[in-house]
Design a protein around this ligand. Structure first.
Ligand code: IMP
Ligand code: MG
Length: 178
């Protein structure tokens, strides 16, 4: 893979937009309007930006913060330990929290984030991910709201990167092996 490789579209911008709207409706139905949103950077920034605006149309008035997590492991499969590079500055104590991430793969990142927020006294913690790769879980964890289940392939775009490239693509695609 390289930054100049061809990217084959897998999920179009239109399909993402429709699904994000559906997810916002489902989230608004099961969480209170004053929920606190914690987006995991960097991968979730595009999804989070669209999802919060879709949530606005349902009457949700969330507070929003971000946390930058880094997992150490192989390059195109996530694994190993998770570290906080930048923490949230809001308190989650007593709050109904929605964690937003781009993709659930091994489950380590989201398990780490969920445990942290539970330990800090959140009233409830839910998880929304745009993508999920089944059969890759190293830790037993499920998302409460999932956009698309995809096959076991490395995808980029809509915030997801390869070597920090491709995040700007408005669709999800597969990078051709060069
Ligand atoms: P997990 O801890 O294995 O669930 O890791 C999830 C993280 O790995 C995501 O937040 C992404 O940053 C990264 N990741 C996993 N699969 C992909 C992929 O196909 N493309 C880009 N990033 C991915
Ligand atoms: Mg990520």
């Amino acid at each position: 893979m390289s930054k100049n490789a061809r990217v084959t579209p897998l999920i179009s911008a239109d399909d993402i937009a429709r699904r994000v709207n559906d997810m916002a409706n489902a989230i608004a139905d099961s969480l209170p309007p004053d929920m606190m949103i914690v987006g995991l950077l960097r991968g979730s920034f595009v999804f989070a930006a669209d999802l919060i605006r879709a949530l606005h149309r349902t009457g949700v008035k969330p507070q929003i913060d971000f946390m930058t997590l880094a997992s150490y492991g192989e390059r195109t499969t996530s694994g190993g330990n998770v570290a906080i590079n930048r923490d949230i500055s809001e308190s989650v104590a007593g709050r109904d929290v929605l964690i937003i991430d781009d993709i659930l793969e091994s489950g380590r990142t989201l398990t780490f984030a969920r445990n942290l927020i539970v330990e800090r006294g959140a009233k409830s913690v839910r998880i929304a991910v745009l993508l999920e790769k089944p059969g890759k879980r190293a830790v037993a964890i499920d998302a409460d709201f999932t956009g698309f289940v995809i096959a076991d392939q490395f995808v980029v775009g809509y915030g997801l990167d390869y070597a920090n490239y491709y995040r700007e693509l408005p669709f999800i695609g597969v990078v051709e092996a060069a």
